[in-house]
Design a protein around this ligand. Sequence first.
Ligand SMILES: [Zn+2]
Length: 79
Amino acid sequence: MIDIVGIIKTMCAMVLLGLIAYTQGRRISARIRKKTMRCATCGRTVFERPVKKEIDGKELVFCCEHCAMNYSLVHNKKT
Ligand SMILES: [Zn+2]
């Protein structure tokens, strides 16, 4: 006789594992997207055409040229 309960248990475990992997993967990818698409000056989310500037060896992302200029001005004043 076939162990139906065993098969159901295995299937449930597999579905649950798949669901966990799916949600974890989505959460991680969303976090990465958020991190890379934030303006360093105003904190606004950059949706497209991010302005990238290398300041003191660090690559920073800005929403526009104005923010990039502002950041370098403030940075130069402080140091
Ligand atoms: Zn900005």
